[in-house]
Ligand binder design. Structure first.
Ligand code: HEC
Length: 436
């Protein structure tokens, strides 16, 4: 493995990264007692899969009854065992997050055991209710809807169209967002989305690019990487209240950037007008204001220093003293959004303590660009003087890992940092300041 030990001169405190292995996920040991569909498996499938796997939803098939679960049993077994589904990316051996809609190991074990025992319906008596839903807003104070409808137009041979829309922020006083929930307009084509707040200056700059190609919104193939100064507020289709006591302050004149990932197989897709519901608190509420901190090496952006040659598997890491961004104030880390593209394989974000110990903040062992979203820590993590933060990304540019476009797997080619058809390695952290 080759390392890029590039530190930009401006970051005085930048030290050499250390290689961090992925955390160890426990091996699954499958029991032998008989599992019941109605009492044990159905509650998990109905509670954790049917939100998306529903008639008219975006997922490729419904999972709303026993016949579908039985028909798709082999695919379900493989998807839950390899943790592709539900699309929750962080490994639970690293850190715990709010609104975790992934499956626990005991839940995976039950599904796998049920399928291995023949995926039978069994006794219909006393079916257990579905698991309680994850997320959801406790209150809706504001709803913002895309000003005009958008009909996705993937490039020829593609199924994905990543499009950004600017929504005016109507509040005339500063307010604090304490939760949000996306409501897709055209459910069959909205794969997932990310919501970011842009301050008035950046909002104005982005507004200049809207409709340049004659269509609503603007293309944003590279996703979040292009709007690095924005505050990531939420993502995925499963929204909810932020963890207790935190919120993001939005100034009048800001705009909401809605970054929608459309996935379209139909030649005549419907128009989408997605809505975002917000929970708000007054601007003077003593909520702890979440601030953004970007963890990426500026030399990768400007120096073309992050390259992955065709055929190569390569890891890049960057380690930095967070005081340059926290301005030396006492802070708590609250969450983060990993950002990479298609060739990325995994990301590890680590807190390196002065005494040599490490705290794992996020470990994504199997990255899927299509499911990028922010993750809030269940327990805030204090930054101590002397702590450093490291982001580590591994890219697989071998023939086996090329994206499939129009049913054809591309050939590897050299890539560097960039938006379209290139890759990125950044963690957008959210922190709060501790009252002294
Ligand atoms: C957030 C929405 C969402 C949830 C929750 C979800 N799925 Fe999916 N699922 C999808 C989408 C969309 C696809 C299409 C492939 C893709 O975009 O990744 C898919 C694809 C699949 C596939 C076929 C592709 C593969 O990777 O094997 C299986 C099987 C599957 N889901 C099973 C499940 C099961 C079982 C659950 C619950 C334990 C679940 N899904 C929860 C949205 C979801």
């Amino acid at each position: 493995m080759r390392w890029a030990l590039l530190c930009p001169l401006v970051l005085v405190a930048c030290t050499s990264p250390v290689e961090v292995p992925h955390c160890e996920e426990p091996a699954l040991s499958v029991g032998t007692a008989t599992v019941s569909w109605h009492r044990e498996v159905r509650p998990i499938i109905f509670g954790r899969c049917s939100t998306c796997h529903v008639e008219g939803g975006h997922a490729p098939f419904a999972l709303t009854g026993y016949p579908e679960a039985a028909a798709y049993a082999p695919a379900i077994r493989d998807a839950v065992l390899h943790k592709r589904m539900p699309p929750w990316q962080p490994a639970s051996c690293c850190n715990q997050f709010a609104d975790n809609f992934g499956l626990s190991d005991p839940q995976i074990e039950l599904i796998v055991r049920w399928i291995d025992q023949g995926a039978e319906e069994g006794d219909r008596d006393r079916p257990a209710p579905p698991l309680p839903p994850v997320g959801g807003l406790s209150r809706v104070d504001l709803e913002l809807t895309m000003p005009v409808g958008y009909r996705p137009q993937p490039k020829p041979g593609h199924v994905d169209d990543y499009r950004c829309f600017l929504l005016d922020w109507p509040e005339e006083q500063p307010v604090v967002v304490s939760g949000l929930n996306p409501v897709p307009g055209a459910r069959p084509i909205v794969h997932h989305l990310i919501v970011t707040a842009l301050d008035p200056d950046e909002a104005e700059a982005v507004a200049g690019e809207v409709a340049e190609d004659g269509r609503p919104g603007l293309p944003c193939e590279g996703g979040l990487g292009e709007f690095a100064s924005g505050q990531v507020l939420g993502g995925s289709l499963i929204g909810g209240d932020f963890p207790d006591g935190i919120g993001a302050r939005i100034e009048p004149g800001s705009k909401i950037l809605l970054n929608v990932h459309y996935s379209v197989t139909d030649l005549a897709p419907p128009e989408d007008r997605t809505t975002i519901q917000f929970r708000l608190e007054p601007g003077d509420t003593p909520l702890l204001e979440v601030k953004p901190m970007v963890l990426a090496n500026p030399a990768w952006l400007v120096g073309g220093a992050m390259t992955v040659k065709a055929g190569e598997v390569r890891t890049y890491a960057h380690r930095v003293d967070p005081r340059l961004q926290t301005l030396g104030k006492r802070t708590l880390l609250r969450g983060l959004t990993p950002h990479m593209h298609y060739l990325a394989q995994g990301m590890i974000v680590t807190l390196l303590r002065d005494d040599g110990t490490r705290t794992c903040l996020l470990d994504v062992p199997r990255w899927e660009f299509g499911w990028e979203q922010p993750y809030w820590f269940t327990t805030p993590i204090p930054l101590e003087p002397g702590d450093e933060l490291q982001v580590q990304c591994t890219f697989d540019n071998t023939a086996a890992n090329q994206p499939v476009i129009g049913g054809v797997k591309g050939a590897p080619r050299d890539i560097a940092w960039g938006s379209e058809n290139q890759d990125m390695c950044a963690a957008f952290l959210a922190f709060t300041e501790v009252e002294e």
